[in-house]
Write a protein that binds this ligand. Structure first.
Ligand code: GDP
Length: 296
């Protein structure tokens, strides 16, 4: 289960507060030290942790009296609220174009789960009575086009491809035109991933972005990679000004670092989460539900 270690450590920290009727400044300070360690062990970005602890400490020490809550409950409430804020407060929706089709460009490193996620999002849209089109613009990985076609078949969503001899920019442009022709209201473009970020990859993605002017540039990152995912997000954001992040593999034993740091570090919202290998394993990312899951 995701966040397991973090959850149990936070609960441990709060347990000590619960036995006390009144909290002294030292009680709060001790608890915050434990919360801090728990977050750092969960691989949350150091600066994010520092700011978080400062905010929670300030609010907890100067806490207004609430008759319905014990002091410990009040601290937990503040931690919950600040976790929600850290992850973006409310859910963040897709940017929908006023003139269809809405163009969604998927970017990310190889293995992050990008191609699978294009299928998941297409299925999600279909369930919401939309008509998506998948576009295969990864011409480098030999099996990528085929993989997308198999996914499309499984969910009965059309896949646009021009093979692997045409440039990704031209495929993306033709894909958008094709969406208009067949009356698709969403175009989801799967672009190439690499094992590492390199200039050539970024240049190609920039060219695609310029050519099709997407409504959303969605970065797919693997939550299991913790702060690496955050670094990847920072770099993609610096080059492409992404509009959203999708965290995959949140079903695994991810420690939580990516989910808790990405929004604060990049300023970009997490819009969806992948929670399994099946195409239906997609969740809208709700910061409040995620915080409840973390606090257990
Ligand atoms: P790409 O290289 O980024 O296109 O990655 P793929 O879509 O090919 O996925 C890489 C691997 O991760 C595959 O084995 C997927 O089944 C797996 N995968 C993708 N998303 C998830 C997820 O949310 N949870 C789990 N457990 N596995 C996933």
């Amino acid at each position: 289960m995701a966040f397991e270690g973090l959850s149990s450590k936070l609960q441990e920290a709060f347990k000590k507060l619960k036995g006390k009727g009144k909290l002294t400044e030292k009680d709060v300070k001790d608890a915050m030290r434990e919360v801090k360690l728990a977050l750092l062990e969960a691989d949350v970005n150091y600066k994010v942790v520092k700011d978080f602890i400062n905010t929670v400490s300030e609010r907890s020490v100067g806490q207004e009296v609430m008759e319905s809550l014990t002091p410990a409950q009040h601290v937990i409430k503040i931690v919950n609220e600040e976790l929600v804020t850290l992850m973006g407060k409310t859910e963040s929706k897709l940017n929908v174009s006023s003139m269809p089709p809405t163009i969604i460009m998927f970017v990310g490193l190889q293995g992050a789960g990008k191609t699978t996620m294009t299928g998941k999002l297409a299925l999600y849209l279909k369930k919401h009575n939309k008509k998506p089109l998948l576009v295969a613009a990864d011409v480098y990985r030999p099996a990528a086009i085929k993989q997308l076609q198999v996914l499309g078949n499984q969910i009965d969503v059309p896949v646009f491809s021009l093979g692997d001899k045409v440039s990704p920019v031209d495929i993306a442009k033709a894909g958008v035109e094709n969406a208009k022709k067949i009356g698709a209201d969403y175009v989801i473009i799967d672009t190439a991933g690499r094992l590492h970020i390199d200039e050539q990859l970024m240049d190609e993605l920039k060219n695609i972005k310029e050519a099709i002017n997407p409504n959303d540039i969605m970065l797919v990152v693997d939550a299991m990679t913790g702060q690496d995912a955050v670094n990847v997000a920072e770099q993609f954001n610096a080059s492409l000004d992404i509009t959203g992040v999708i965290l995959t593999k949140l079903d695994g034993d991810t420690r939580g670092g990516a989910a808790l740091s990405i929004r604060a570090v990049t300023g970009k919202p997490i819009k969806f989460a992948g929670v399994g290998e099946k195409l239906s394993d997609l969740e809208v990312f709700h910061p409040d539900r995620m915080a409840s899951r973390i606090l257990g």
